[in-house]
Design a protein around this ligand. Sequence first.
Ligand code: ANZ
Ligand code: ZN
Length: 846
Amino acid sequence: AGTYDFAAIQAKWSPVWEELQPFRAAQPGDTRPRKYILDMFPYPSGDLHMGHAEAFGFGDAAARYWRHQGFDVLHPIGWDSFGLPAENAAIKRGADPKAWTYANIEQQKRSFKQYAPSFDWSRELHTSDPEYYKWNQWLFLKLYEKGIAYRKAGQVNWCPNDQTVLANEQVVDGHCERCGSVVTKKALTQWYFRVTDYADRLLDDLNQLEGKWPGKVITMQRNWIGRSSGADVDFAIEGRDEPVTVFTTRPDTLYGATFMVVAPDSALAAELVEGASDDVRARFEQYLESVRAESDIDRLATDRPKTGVFLDRYATNPLTGERLPIWAADYVLADYGHGAIMAVPAHDQRDLDFARAFELPVRVVVDTNAPVTGVIPVIPVDDQGVPLPLEDLPELDPASTGVALTGEGRLMNSGPLNGLSKSNAIRRAIEILEERGLGRAAKNYRLRDWLISRQRYWGTPIPIIHCEQCGEVPVPESDLPVRLPDAAGLDLRPKGSSPLGAAEEWASVACPNCGGEARRDSDTMDTFVDSSWYFLRYLNPNDDDRAFDPAEAEKWMPVDQYVGGVEHAILHLLYARFFTKVLFDLGYLGFTEPFTSLLNQGMVIMDGHKMSKSKGNLVEFASELSAHGADALRVTMAFAGPPEDDIDWADVSPVGAAKFLARAWRISGEVASSPNVEWKTGDPALRRITHRLLADAPGLAESFKFNVIVARLMELVNATRKAIDSGAGPADAAVREAAEVTAMILDLFAPYTAEDMWQRLGYEPTVANAVWRKADPALLVEESVTAIVQVDGKVRDRIEVSPKIGADELESLARASDAVTRSVAGREIANVIVRAPKLVNIATRR
Ligand code: ANZ
Ligand code: ZN
């Protein structure tokens, strides 16, 4: 039956699919239910790599699975084609970012066409096309109208290497997410999106995703948003009219506050130090300079020596009236809470370290040795595990032990709070503060507004014009898109201001408002804006009149299955969720979460290590593809393990996968019955294996256990081989049935081989649209016996049942039989005798 030649099979079917376009979604008149299956779109920074092969392989298995289940599946592809990687690579090569980017897109496209995910190519989009980024600008203007896009001056994250600002989300452990440089701070006026207005919804709606998104991603988003509850407390300041408000999660510890700390780089610190002596001011200025050079991560670290300057000012504790010295110290951040804290050294480790370094008083106000009901007490034990006698309980003396008491306990030294548990005291303290007008319940978030302006070329121009007379003037919608000027003649090298500003002809415009001389905003948008809504653009990518069609969104969204790397756990996924909520509020969408289910695939690694060119362990996708073919690669990836796990390329065998595919393919050439053979006549043993796979594969596919499906396909192929060689023979109906089911399910992972098998079995392309065959329940039981059903002594039906079937179940199966219903013909049943598993005798009243 010939030899399996993957290259010939690929060359044979590629043009056929190109011609038939079998994966176009939403064809006129299609009334099937819908599924939207989406992979995170690639950056065109080179050819596709093994990571793409893996992610797109899993996404495609899902898309193909739902098509077989009778769904109209939307599975689009596009390119996230603006951004720094392309721009930097182009600069390095002295090329135009545009030319370089689009050449890469062509390369990736060619690779995709070989790898053959079932994309609807008619919806292809590139975010760097004016037809796309026009709508980024339109969205920006909508957000601007609503006050969600705004400009403010502030200390921003600055990457000295890329010479551009970064969003908080792009600073990973103090380093630039892109290039790894240490991020510094810089004072700049920049554009922001007001994500913080959505903090509560972004947090609370995560509950809806529980169980459908990886728990890790949900946790990361929760932590990133970082909501904490507590109180704002107003402290009067000697010599200042206005009080200073601090945020605390522990208002219960107010009686233990012994000093106040302000962020050195806050406006408040600058103001407080103004009237101080020259000596204090000089020391403060010097300290401030050193603090400016530090990253937030360093500042918040608990394990570094505490530094600070006394400002020679005093606050008043609102409950005790006590006089508290005010210090400036770097462990308090300017942009969290109010940039000032009440320090409670007995119960906060950083405050304690500071108090010990500068000999400030420490006062215990929570007795952490006192038992609290409802809380499992930590009983202090000696080194043998024997509970200590009461008088040996640890001493409540953080000043000498150096360990702050952060646990549960009962309040002491705290006037009206004495004796209360921590949580009751927090509640009571807030009540007292509110009664006296000295404070109130408050929440705080770690989340910051999204800084979206970038001082780089390869991005969407911000559609704002700055006029001396009129200020910020939005570009009229009818003038969109504001096109990027040609790169030719522009110096793209990073220099801290946008290269667009130097494109004189482009930058200088008439003010749309007064007609006077004005200048375009020369910054470009963070490319995460582009990817925050691209899933909506796929619905009608060629519509020139609007960003997306709300009616199509109603039909297709939210995305049923999203597939992509965990590196986007915060950035992209948070921004896309934010955009969806904004568009919901603007009335364009009827849902608030964009991605119903999320799969994070693992990485492809080599010998236990991340692959990279510099480590010399890089496996190139292109060479694997030409060595083994698309199908063998895809089967290898699917078979390697659960998709969430990393795939070690040293442990897998594309050669083994190819052998399996060849075995399956050979069978399709040996089947000797015709397509219309009566299945039921086939060998029951082989049929049972086929039907068990038909029954189990949906549950497996829907929980991404693709590796198990491949293993079961291997089992089926082996059983078919055996049936041909030493069993029922190639003409048996069960052999054809097994081969057809193999082709249909194999399509999830090996579309070329499956298509070729389908043709050899006598069908027209394409196997991708073959409808899932229903499993016969009678064949799913372990073994079966035939039970005879009699009505008034005459045999009326035979049913295949498990030998272990119970009498009740057998009786109800018998009563449900069409043949039995017909012969009972409405008469009353007088008596039923059941001899499980062999016989049911039904007697009617005559
Ligand atoms: C008094 C106190 C006593 C505190 C105590 C904690 C324990 P989260 O949970 O992260 O929101 N804080 C407030 N603003 C700060 C700032 N700008 N920079 C650094 N720290 C700041 O943390 C809230 C707690 O962090 C607040 O509660 C405050 O210290 C501190 F036994 O107030 B606490
Ligand atoms: Zn003007």
